[in-house]
Design a protein around this ligand. Sequence first.
Ligand code: ZN
Ligand code: ZN
Length: 97
Amino acid sequence: MPTERESKLRCSFCGRTGREVWPIVEGPSEASICHLCVSLTDVIARKLKAEAANATCAFCSRSIAEAVGVSELMENTYLCLDCEGRLVKAIRGGWKP
Ligand SMILES: [Zn+2]
Ligand SMILES: [Zn+2]
């Protein structure tokens, strides 16, 4: 079950709260992401497109140009592979059905 704090988190991508989608991981800079959105990431190098858009990682705010790889979460919303790896781990580790 989500903790009181987790149930108040809101996924920055789909807008669902921790009450609806759990596990949900809280990131830096007030971003949070739920497991549904992490599993939706399209881990293909969209880097060129992202670079062209001057994109930053939605989670750590690092410029995509510095990132090794990038996932596109949804149109114009990107996640660097560092964050994606951490999120997947955190979500798997926190998953206690
Ligand atoms: Zn979500
Ligand atoms: Zn990142």
